[in-house]
Design a binder for this molecule. Structure first.
Ligand code: ZN
Length: 172
């Protein structure tokens, strides 16, 4: 194998699907934050709402959230992941220990778009970070959403940025 391959990012975490109830408290908190912020999505054109949350590495109690923000001209649209990370960077946080994305489409996990994968990767540094992906349950009542929006048997895709974007572009 060429040594030139060694510098390329390779997945360090095993991709798996776990029931929500099996996740640790910090992963659940991140998913709940992504779920809640999804309700603020500005998506009048696609009606496809996404919420994202990232936990700061420097201060593990600090969670930055974002929703998608669409635009009539389409190109200026910002995805939830980039909204969250842009907020974090503007507040002085550039490293993240984990991320979560919540959206809903029947029978499939919604994973970050290619642009967002590169955007997340920029702030992952040299270490892989876990990304938790859940399906929103829009049938839940407002009160249920406030308390616990997920059921313990809801499937969660536990992946990572290096799984989502192997051999990613990085210059430092
Ligand atoms: Zn995106």
């Amino acid at each position: 194998m060429s040594h030139l391959l060694n510098g390329l990012a390779q997945p360090e975490l095993q991709e798996t699907v776990l029931p929500y109830g099996n996740l640790d408290a910090t992963a659940k908190e991140l998913l709940r934050a992504a779920y809640q912020v999804r309700q603020r999505a500005y998506a009048p054109y696609s009606n496809f709402k996404v919420g994202a949350a990232f936990r700061a590495k420097e201060n593990s109690r600090e969670i930055f959230t974002g929703c998608n923000v669409e635009n009539a001209a389409f190109t200026p649209t910002s995805c939830a992941e980039r909204t969250a990370i842009t907020k974090a960077v503007s507040e002085g946080y550039r490293q993240f220990s984990s991320g979560a994305v919540v959206a809903y489409k029947p029978d499939v996990f919604i994973s970050p778009c290619g642009v967002c994968r590169q955007f997340i990767r920029e702030f992952a540094g040299s270490t892989d970070i876990p990304i938790y992906i859940a399906q929103a349950n829009d049938a839940q009542s407002q009160q249920e959403q406030q308390e616990e929006p997920f059921n313990s048997d809801d499937p969660i895709l536990c992946t990572s940025i290096f799984n989502l974007l192997p051999h990613s572009f990085h210059t430092y």
